[in-house]
Design a binder for this molecule. Structure first.
Ligand SMILES: Nc1ncnc2c1ncn2[C@@H]1O[C@H](COP(=O)(O)OP(=O)(O)O)[C@@H](O)[C@H]1O
Ligand SMILES: [Mg+2]
Length: 455
């Protein structure tokens, strides 16, 4: 609804005297009123553009008022709808209100009351509109939904989310642990037309492999030992909504084949049942394992991989977007203070600098936990400083440059061994970080550690 232009009203009624009265009354009050005498004409108009108000006979000719309400809501979910009838009819009035009508009035109409109801509806519409607008502006300023960050990496993520949310394309979210994959999956769902249908999640790594299948597809009583009742699977629970499969790289090859089948034709059977079920589910998958490599190694089906990665979102690690750290620190600091009823003054710039230099192998999740820990430990009224930060973080960010000695006369293999060994030490024997620092694959690192007998 535009803020200052006249509110648009569509009136659907066959009775010329009613039309004349309502139109002239509302016209005078400054509304932009259009009228038609049958449901089909109304349908075409409503299908074509959004109205702020729909006043219609319940029994409009050809297409009834309830149907028209649904069409109007497609265009403007906040449209205020007033249904009119000849006879009072409590049952139908209740049903209409349940489906979102604002009011139900009986002829002859009381024009003053009609306009009061319109005013009320428009007021609510304006509120919702302002809330959307506010959220949009906040999103623009700080991020998307509960995602915080305005680095280039994150802005690319928001753009991708906005672009793909309205579609039903399958999405693959890749990134290290703690980078916000769950939040992105949520944001896609909430920004999609499926937002009012369920968002169902299954973490493929957190349940025993034998149970994953029945979790996904459900089972009937007696399908396997322990299956005492019929149970719906996540695909059924997510019907019309979104299913988020976390850690999809953990699925066995056999289950990958079954998943592919559901993705291709939206059909499956419950375990122990021969009936084929149909669902309408949008799938979002996430992984912190490099699926492409798993495909090359034969541990992930290539056909499923191609199907999943129709759209991919790569989550930047926190160390790739250090400039977001102050904003994140600020957000988590406030959250933690509120949640723990602490009244702290803030965090010094020096402390934030230390946090910006750390490598955050656990990404945003690690940062959030650290901040929460600091806040809980601090006495009220304090200004947090460097000494409040846990030692292991202060230590690993010390701007020290270590050097390694390579004897002249060493051959390439020896040079490699020394480099790997020294890097392992600097990384505290964390293999992921070591591989990252050397910019080689984790598997390559494992091979070389074995080859050079480094432990
Ligand atoms: N960009 C972000 N803004 C705010 N909070 C974030 C962000 N990314 C992650 N988090 C928080 O960090 C934690 C881990 O996020 P999550 O989405 O579960 O990561 P992942 O699924 O990639 O392991 C959650 O508490 C989440 O709220
Ligand atoms: Mg996760």
């Amino acid at each position: 609804m535009a803020n200052d232009s006249a509110a648009t009203v569509l009136l659907v009624d066959q009775d010329p005297s009613i039309v004349r009265d309502v139109v002239s009354y509302l016209d005078e009050k400054g509304y932009a009123v259009e009228h038609v005498d049958d449901g089909e004409k109304a349908y075409n108009l409503l299908d074509d553009r959004a109205f702020d108000v729909l006043i219609t006979e319940l029994n409009a000719h050809r297409i009834n008022g309830m149907r028209l309400m649904a069409v109007a809501k497609d265009r403007n979910p906040e449209v205020c709808v007033i249904l009119i009838t000849r006879e009072p009819d409590i049952e139908r009035a209740t049903e209409a209100m349940r489906q979102g009508a604002l009011d139900f009035q009986t002829k002859p109409l009381n024009l003053g009351k009609l306009e009061a109801v319109i005013q009320l509806g428009l007021g609510r519409q304006r509120l919702v509109f302002e809330q959307h607008e506010l959220r949009r502006r906040l999103d623009e300023k700080y991020g998307l939904g509960s995602l915080v960050g305005k680095s280039r990496g994150m802005i690319k993520v928001y753009e991708a989310v906005r672009q793909i949310a309205p579609t039903r394309a399958t999405v693959l979210i890749q990134g290290e642990t703690g980078t916000g994959k769950d939040l992105v999956a949520q944001a896609i769902h909430t920004n999609s037309p499926r937002r009012d249908a369920p968002f169902v999640k299954l973490n493929c790594a957190s349940i025993p492999e034998a149970l994953v299948e029945s979790e996904l597809f459900g089972h009937v009583a007696g399908a396997f030992t322990g299956a005492t009742h019929t149970r719906k699977g996540r695909f059924e629970l997510a019907d019309k909504g979104t299913l988020f499969l976390d850690e999809v790289g953990e699925l066995s090859l056999a289950l990958q084949a079954k998943l592919l089948r559901v993705l291709e034709n939206q059909q499956f059977e419950r375990l122990g049942d021969s009936r084929t079920l149909h669902v309408d589910v949008r799938l979002i998958a996430a992984t912190n394992r490099p699926l492409e490599k798993m495909v090359a190694e034969g541990n992930f089906r290539d056909d499923l991989y191609y199907r999943l990665r129709v759209v991919t979102i790569d989550m930047p690690s926190l160390r790739q977007r250090r400039e977001d750290i102050p904003l994140l620190v600020d957000t988590f600091f406030r959250e933690a203070c509120r949640a723990n009823n602490k009244d702290l003054e803030g965090i010094t710039r020096n402390a934030t600098d230390v946090l910006m230099r750390y490598d955050w192998p656990g990404n945003v999740r690690e940062l959030k936990n650290i901040i929460e820990g600091i806040v809980i430990m601090a006495r009220s009224g304090r200004l947090l400083d460097v000494q409040d930060i846990p030692e292991h973080i202060r230590r690993t960010t010390a701007p020290e440059v270590r050097e390694m000695r390579i004897p002249t006369g060493a051959n390439m293999a020896e040079v490699e061994r020394i480099v790997i060994e020294e890097t392992m030490k600097v990384c505290g024997f964390n293999k992921e970080r070591c591989a990252d620092t050397l910019d080689i694959g984790l598997r390559t690192l494992y091979r070389k550690l074995k080859e050079y007998d480094i432990r």
